[in-house]
Design a protein around this ligand. Sequence first.
Ligand code: NAD
Ligand code: UD1
Length: 346
Amino acid sequence: MNPQESTRPPRRVLVTGGAGFIGSHTSVLLLEAGYDVLILDNLSNSTVEVVAAIERVAGRRPDFVCGDVRDGALLARLFARSAIAAVFHFAGLKSVAESLAAPLDYYANNVGGTIVLCREMAEASLHTLVFSSSATVYSASHAPPLSESSPLDPAQPYGRSKLMIETLLGDLAATDPRWAIASLRYFNPAGAHETGALGERPKGIPNNLMPYLCQVACGERPELIVHGNDYPTPDGTGIRDYIHVMDLAQGHLAALDYLETHPGFIAINLGTGRGYSVLDLVEAFERVIGRTLPRRIGPRRPGDIAASWAAVDRARELLGWQSERGLEAICRDAWRWTCTGCPPRS
Ligand code: NAD
Ligand code: UD1
């Protein structure tokens, strides 16, 4: 949508971690919907070039501050400088493997950062928050579809940091009726902006399937290793709920609308409600690029579960939101980004 066509009065949203994968795509949608955007990012897992790419795609420039969400004095200055309507809190560390090696970093950054942010929000009488949670908060022993009331029991420090944050946000909302907080539990975000100008740029060897596949397709990696084909699934490979990053971004705007009239704390799944196996995704990707890719079956990856997909009723009923893009769009857009937009990491 052209920003001039928006009927919304301009309002300002603080997007922590807005230079990252999901925050950058969401910032584009906010700008296109007529919001002003202030990005706060310490660039620990992103680059300042992303801010220029957001401007190119949205046709409007977000304000950008390079800084850390744990810097309370900085937040206080930002809140004093201009009226902020809401905060989208993406800033955090997200590698499961890293969190096992350095749990304190994960608790300090993810939990500590959220505490500082919420304190400064309260000081500034700002009470609307959309938080990036994860499907990793669910118990691995529970069979999908996973609904918001499924048992919670994250298996690693990363997931536990997300659950701790959800718990503290629920406690916080109970202290003051002005708080309106949505914790969005993402399933498997993938894909890229359809222009090819924004996408995911993992550090080092990608852990996640989609970026790994893209690197095999462009020759950066020799082959895909399928982590196990002996799971109790139809083709033996792991099943996940892959959600296009632009659908996910749209879900954040729907959550923001919802919070305007619904104070309190709520957790909401953002997924498609459909699961696809590793081989489903590989074959969809091969159809998009028009060739097959080298792959071999390897052992199971420690910590992996057989199958995970979301129950999406709550998002549909409360937010009026559901995903629109399928597996093919995810593969097409991820591949376009790999070919055209994604700069190599130095
Ligand atoms: P990302 O790493 O691409 O983006 C996070 C951004 O936050 C980065 O730009 C990083 O530089 C910044 N950042 C990190 N710590 C910061 C701090 N203390 N202060 C300021 N900036 C900081 O990750 P993403 O994939 O865009 O994920 C965004 C959020 O969604 C994260 O909280 C992540 O845990 C959560 N999430 C992601 C996935 C996924 O698969 N991508 C799944 C579930 C949940
Ligand atoms: C991983 C994280 C999870 C996080 C999610 C974000 C682990 C154990 N879990 O989940 O906490 O929220 O990313 O999107 O790291 N696969 C291969 N070969 C590969 C890569 C992956 O076969 O090279 C398979 C995996 O075994 C799995 C599927 O592809 O069955 C998806 O893997 P991935 O993209 O890493 O996502 P998750 O395992 O769901």
